[in-house]
Design a protein around this ligand. Structure first.
Ligand SMILES: [Zn+2]
Length: 410
């Protein structure tokens, strides 16, 4: 009864928030609901099959892909598709879908222990773990330890984990049931040391092993191999996704492994994944003043490295844009950890509130560029340089600013 009241009041607050133009209301509704009933999340999660998705990069996309892959089950699925990924956001996602028997919930890395306890998940997905912002670099080892402890004390939970990320593998190996996926690891700067004993890790292609404690990459049952997925029977199938890039191919293989845990066969799940064309405004092609623009979001060095792989080839121009507001992290020194040399010879534009930080970095990598103040200046500059289209790569608040101008597209 209290849960129903808390849900109703929370839902009303969310509606008011939406009408007032203050976002989609998913956080305020959850906050008020939790204030009235502190165990609201547990109550809402009971009797549902819950999937929690976490990692430094790819949470939102993977959550979307898993939701798609489970569609063949024909059941309602609750999900926090706009990335409100702490307790209030999860609570709100569940309260908005009272009849959904499944829930696929993106979860902030720090909240995994509490959310595992609250939702008793059937599956927890661990994607990757790398530093997000420079001022938080030391946290990832602590996070991995907390994940490991939380999963070790959740015996009914299946973990689907990326075996190619040593820190993730160490965290997951505390769990009773693990599906190991070779999802790749493009960014390695945060995993040269053994998470178990601190010794230097030997790395050979995707393989890794510790010479001291015997820790090594676990044998995998799913694998991303080039553009193909290799399933547990050993059969290779082309992914043929609409979403671009290797990072999304990894996310898709993870989604297939989760779908299998729910009894959805690979061909069925894959058909659904191929139909996903954009995720919360990312990857969407929009047109402004007759110019094609595609927006990519990347928040940290690992994300930028992945995003540079995804850029459409020349003559498309590239707009790089960096802010340093609270959600982005105030420190932009991470820009120095990304290799920009592959942008040489392209039409490169630089924008965002911290464009001079980025400009300095590009100069060091000998990448010519032009500074621009907004999206229309970028379009004019790209046109003048002879580019027919524009690829926008931006960090969090810079991405939100462009999205506000270009229109919220799905
Ligand atoms: Zn070791």
């Amino acid at each position: 009864m209290r849960a129903r009241l808390a849900t109703t009041v929370g839902g009303a607050a969310a509606t008011v928030s939406r009408l007032a133009g203050k976002g989609d209301g998913s956080v305020i509704g959850g906050i008020i609901g939790l204030r009235l009933e502190p165990s609201l999340l547990s109550l809402l999660a009971a009797d549902r099959h819950v999937v929690l998705v976490t990692g430094t990069n790819g949470k939102t996309t993977t959550t979307r892909l898993i939701t798609a892959a489970l569609a063949p089950l024909g059941q309602g699925i609750a999900s926090n598709i706009y990335g409100a990924n702490m307790e209030a956001g999860l609570t709100s996602a569940l309260s908005r879908a009272p009849d959904a028997t499944l829930a696929v919930l993106e979860t902030d890395e720090k909240y995994i222990p509490a959310m595992v306890k609250a939702t008793n998940p059937k599956v927890v997905v661990l994607l990757n773990l790398s530093r997000d912002q420079m001022d938080r670099a030391a946290e990832i080892w602590l996070l991995a330890r907390r994940w490991r402890e939380a999963l070790a004390s959740a015996p009914d939970c299946r973990v689907v984990a990326n075996a190619d990320d040593p820190l993730v593998a160490w965290a997951a190996s505390g769990a009773r049931q693990v599906t190991w996926v070779a999802a790749g690891q493009r960014w390695r700067e945060d995993s040269w040391c053994c998470p178990n004993c601190g010794s230097h890790l030997r790395r050979d292609a995707d393989d890794w092993a510790c010479g001291e404690c015997g820790g090594r990459r676990p044998p995998v049952s799913w694998m991303l191999y080039g553009d193909q997925v290799i399933d547990p029977s050993g059969q290779a199938t082309p992914l043929d996704l609409a979403l671009p890039g290797r990072a999304n191919a990894s996310n898709a293989v993870i989604a297939l492994a989760v779908a299998e845990a729910f009894g959805v066969h690979m061909p069925q799940a894959l058909r659904e994944l191929r139909a996903v064309t954009s995720v919360a405004g990312r990857y969407t092609q929009v047109s402004r003043r007759g110019f094609d623009i595609r927006s990519l979001l990347a928040k940290n060095p690992a994300g930028w490295l992945e995003a540079l792989d995804v850029l459409a080839p020349p003559p498309a121009a590239v707009l790089l844009s960096v802010n340093a507001q609270g959600p982005d992290g105030r420190d932009t020194s991470w820009l120095w950890d990304v290799d920009y040399r592959r942008l040489r010879g392209r039409n490169v534009l630089v924008g965002g509130e911290r464009k001079l930080d980025l400009a300095l970095r590009l100069e060091a990598d000998e990448v010519p560029f032009r500074l621009v103040n907004d999206i229309d200046e970028a379009i004019d500059a790209a046109r003048a340089l002879g580019s027919p289209s524009l690829e926008v790569l931006a960090n969090y608040t810079a991405f939100q600013q462009y999205r506000a101008v270009l229109g919220r597209t799905e």
